[in-house]
Ligand binder design. Structure first.
Ligand code: 13P
Ligand code: SF4
Length: 310
């Protein structure tokens, strides 16, 4: 792999500073190339908790970097751009959320990891897309559940587990945007293609998907599948790893409602991080994640429960 001068400088700098770079699959390819580890949100949380580095540069969105800080409180956690948010995390303003939670005093609150540290601190369990079924199934059947913030993932969990759950009305702007009509047209053109979808996608997409899973699970499915064509229902960043692992597979991103080019479904929040910003934040040790110590302690409890259960 040929590295740019900036990528090479970054590799030297991270060794000098005893820093580790963690990157989510939705990051730009040039960031994934120099990361010490690339993974889904559960794997990155594990890596963060196990790290002995002095500095963690978290190339992902803010809630992911916060989770890393909660799991490794003595490590300096940096994020290349503090504006790297998430529409799901943004859908839960704290005051409104507390009011909603108060309506269900008997219920257990399961929160998808795509939420702020404050919401995590109020939660009984955290889950990611790769362990959500396991977490819901681990909760005693006589317990009532409220689930936040992703309505689509929540509906998928209700269908798969048969559990009744009250859902918060949040959604991911990227996964909500996939067009069912355009997917059907693609299926007509590529009848033997396998349809893959992240569970944040709308139920109409999930209904016709051959496989539903987290980013890592989707990548593994393509790599291990004997099929050669795949319609991909998640952020296009995962195409980089699939092409590295299985260069011969033909990958078609599912188009969004507004896009006809198929160069679609990018998460604008993930893409605010650039290789230059990774360099800048590590050089100046800026954009550090600082959390209220009490929130940090409370949020750790449901995250640890999740790690133990998965
Ligand atoms: P994963 O846990 O599958 O990596 O999902 C993270 C995410 O933000 C999906 O939009
Ligand atoms: Fe949030 Fe969606 Fe972007 Fe994932 S893809 S970080 S859920 S906005």
């Amino acid at each position: 792999m040929d590295l740019s001068p900036l990528q090479s400088q970054l590799i030297t700098l991270k060794a000098q500073k005893n820093a580790v770079i963690l990157a989510h699959y939705y990051q730009r390819p040039e960031i994934q190339q120099i990361a010490d580890y690339v993974g889904d949100s559960l794997e990155l949380s594990r890596k963060a908790s196990e790290s002995h580095a002095e500095i963690l540069v978290f190339c992902g969105v803010h809630f992911m970097a916060e989770t890393a800080k909660i799991l490794n409180p003595y490590c300096k956690v940096l994020i290349p751009d503090l504006e790297a948010g998430c529409s799901l995390a943004d859908s839960c303003p704290l005051t409104e959320f507390i009011r909603w939670k108060r309506k269900y005093p008997e219920h257990v609150l399961v929160s998808y990891i795509n939420c702020s540290a404050e919401i995590k601190a109020l939660s009984d369990y955290i889950c990611t897309s790769s362990n959500a079924l396991k977490i819901i199934n681990s909760i005693a059947s006589d317990k009532k559940i409220i689930f936040a913030p992703d309505r689509n993932l929540g509906e998928y969990l209700i269908k798969e587990t048969g559990r009744e759950m009250v859902l918060w009305e949040g959604a991911c702007v990227v996964h909500e945007a996939f067009s069912v009509q355009k997917l059907i047209e693609l299926v007509r053109s590529y009848p033997s293609a396998k349809i893959l979808a992240h569970p944040e996608s709308k139920s109409e997409i999930l209904k016709i998907a051959h496989f539903i899973g987290s980013t890592t699970a989707l990548i593994n499915y393509v790599v291990e599948s004997p099929a050669d064509t795949f319609l991909i229902g998640t952020e296009v960043g995962i195409l980089h790893q699939i092409k590295e692992l299985s260069p011969d597979k033909y990958l078609i991103p599912i188009p969004t409602e507004e896009d006809n080019t198929c160069a679609c479904s990018e998460c604008a929040f993930m893409k605010v991080n650039t290789i230059q910003k990774v360099m800048d934040c590590l050089q100046s040790e800026s954009n550090e994640i600082i959390l209220d110590p009490m929130i940090q302690c409370l949020a750790l409890i449901p995250i640890q429960k999740m790690l133990q259960l998965s």
